[in-house]
Design a protein around this ligand. Structure first.
Ligand code: HEM
Length: 558
């Protein structure tokens, strides 16, 4: 590659200086401002070592505080782990920031989709996409989630039957099963395309995994060598990436074309009236094609779909993976979930109305696993103009002036595991969201640590926790798929936990963690799966009696 680069660029010295320039341009901007920000004493090599990036950032957070800087040569980035500063970046002054490094990495894949989009494009597309996620859409989706979870369930059933029952079930990599489930669901929900990945493999599925893998490689590799000329011809993984991307783009273009050709007036009317019972295709694509403004291009539509495919697939699969991992080690929490699932389901899969009753799934265990294993563990921003970051809970009260172009990492991992904000931060304790707890040292500076579950909120969130808990980000760029994901994970857990018993195979440490766009296991989630016989459904409450709480709980004072 280097040879080709030099050859294409003339003489050797010129080639070398160009190559060095390319490399030093790297991802990060020059160190701009933030002169009073503590500089963490680390090496770039510490970031490239064996441990995941977010773990290295945690150690420096404890040593250097909620706002610190990592400097390597002329470049730098600022790491933020303080809720007051996070609130400033995501909400109070959100439009002073774009996605910086992340947008550079994702642009070749997602184009100008919502995640990497510049602010002008984002404003228009966010307005077009958000209305697609409405109540009737979710009702249709919840039924589809149940159908897909049934497929996973049937597959597990077949595996269990083939396994040696006498040994207590069959060992299955549940991380990989959740990835397949997540892919089938996002394909159907976003563009009514059935990947069928739970039961088969196709060139499109392989291409999706290939592209995801490359996105991950790019987000964890420090030198963007793929921008070099001919990289996509000479570097095998880059050539494969180009081919994979073409397969997916062709598939999406085809789906968009078909959706446009099959636009039926009755469907458009049904959509207009939000009458999903009459719709043959309730997907987001159908909505965007039928309800879109005239000015959106097919390329933009493709970028939107690709963004949601990638944003909604691995994230939800990762939440399910870690929720199951945690529940298998927490019999009391699992017992609560099972009692509720057995009660509410009454034999069938959760539907639009019953899914909202399953607080034990979505409220706490899923919320708590998202606290411990946030997806993604780091959010990325770049300053579009000068700003002054607030000093936060423990920093310089004068704040930190930063310059245009400053690169920032919001460490969600640090925030969610902060010993200053959470009691027993490394312990899986779903009940914590019902406790009231806040650090008395921070009174007056900040509202409190624990989100209070229940009430109007679908899940513990950034508002209730005053930005100590940001499972779906917050402010203007908050996730558009939060409810989709919570319903999906709730239905999947309910269906699978009701029918199977899961026990971790081997010690928990063996599962390990690896950084990607999301937090993966290092070695798969190897689980012994066996058939579970659910208890008979409880009698239905007498007509007119108030809905009985499945498991009433009192808030627990810390
Ligand atoms: C943005 C998390 C599922 C689509 C985000 C952000 C987070 C997040 C933290 C904010 C990123 C930032 O501020 O830099 C998650 C998690 C999910 C999930 C944990 C699953 C448990 C989904 C699903 C979809 C989706 C299912 C689509 C159907 C998006 C989009 C954005 C986004 C389009 C960009 C929003 C914008 O910039 O306006 N997600 N997400 N996500 N998510 Fe999700």
């Amino acid at each position: 590659l280097v040879y080709a680069y030099f050859r294409g660029k003339g003489n050797l010295t010129d080639g070398l200086s160009r190559l060095l320039t390319e490399i030093s341009q790297g991802y990060f901007q020059p160190d701009v401002g933030g002169k009073n920000i503590p500089v963490a004493q680390g090496e770039l090599s510490d970031l490239a070592g064996d441990q995941p990036l977010f773990k290295a950032l945690y150690q420096w957070f404890i040593e250097s505080g909620g706002v610190y800087k990592l400097v390597f040569g002329p470049k730098a980035f600022i790491v933020v782990s303080d809720p007051v500063v996070v609130r400033h970046l995501l909400k109070d002054n959100a439009f002073n920031y774009d996605k910086g490094v992340l947008a550079e990495i994702l642009e070749p894949i997602m184009g100008r989709g919502l995640i990497p989009a510049d602010l002008d494009t984002w404003r228009v597309r966010r307005r077009a996409v958000v209305p697609a996620f409405h109540r009737q859409y979710y009702d249709a989706m919840v039924t589809m989630f149940g159908r897909c979870a049934d497929r996973s369930s049937d597959k597990l059933q077949a595996l269990v039957e083939k396994g040696q029952v006498g040994l207590g079930g069959r060992v299955v990599d549940m991380e990989s099963e959740f990835l397949s489930l997540g892919l089938d669901i996002i394909g159907l929900g976003v563009f009514n395309y059935d990947f069928g990945s739970i039961t088969s493999e196709s060139p499109v599925i392989k291409a999706v995994y290939g592209v995801l893998k490359e996105a991950e490689h790019r987000s964890t590799f420090y030198l963007p060598y793929w921008n070099l000329p001919l990289a996509d011809v000479l570097v095998p993984r880059q050539a494969k990436f180009r081919r994979d991307l073409r397969v997916i783009n062709d598939c999406l273009d085809d789906l968009i074309r078909k959706a446009q050709e099959t636009r039926v007036e009755e469907d458009a009317e049904a959509l207009q009236n939000r009458d999903y019972s009459k719709l043959r295709d309730p997907s987001l694509l159908r909505f965007l094609v039928d309800m879109r403004g005239e000015d959106v291009t097919n390329k933009q539509l493709r970028d939107d779909l690709m963004t949601m495919l990638i944003a909604g697939h691995e994230t939800t699969a990762a939440v399910l993976t870690w929720a199951l991992y945690c529940l298998m080690q927490s019999p009391a929490a699992l017992e609560r979930v099972l009692r509720e699932v057995d009660g509410v389901e009454r034999g069938g899969n959760p539907q639009g109305e019953t899914v909202a009753d399953l607080e034990a799934c979505k409220g706490d265990p899923l919320g708590e696993s998202l606290r411990m294993y946030p997806q993604p563990p780091i959010l990325i921003r770049r300053a579009l103009g000068e700003d002054v970051l607030p000093g936060g809970l423990r920093g310089d009260p004068a704040g930190y002036p930063i310059g245009t172009g400053a690169d920032l990492f919001i460490s969600v991992w640090n925030l969610h595991r902060s010993p200053y904000l959470w009691k027993d931060p490394d312990t899986f304790r779903p009940d914590r969201f019902f406790e009231s707890y806040s650090n008395p040292d921070f009174e007056g500076k900040w509202a409190g640590a624990y989100a209070v579950s229940g009430g109007a909120a679908l899940y513990p969130n950034e508002v209730g926790s005053d930005f100590a808990f940001i499972p779906f980000g917050g402010g203007a760029r908050k996730c558009v798929g939060d409810q989709f994901a919570m319903f999906e994970a709730t239905v999947a857990l309910a269906v699978l936990l009701r029918r199977f018993s899961f026990a971790l195979e081997g010690p928990p440490e063996k599962v390990g963690m690896a950084t990607g766009a999301t937090i993966h296991t290092a070695n798969g989630l190897m689980v012994r799966v066996s058939r579970r016989t659910p208890p008979p459904p409880p009698p239905a409450p007498a007509a007119g009696s108030p809905r009985e709480e499945q498991l009433p709980r009192q808030p627990v004072a810390a």
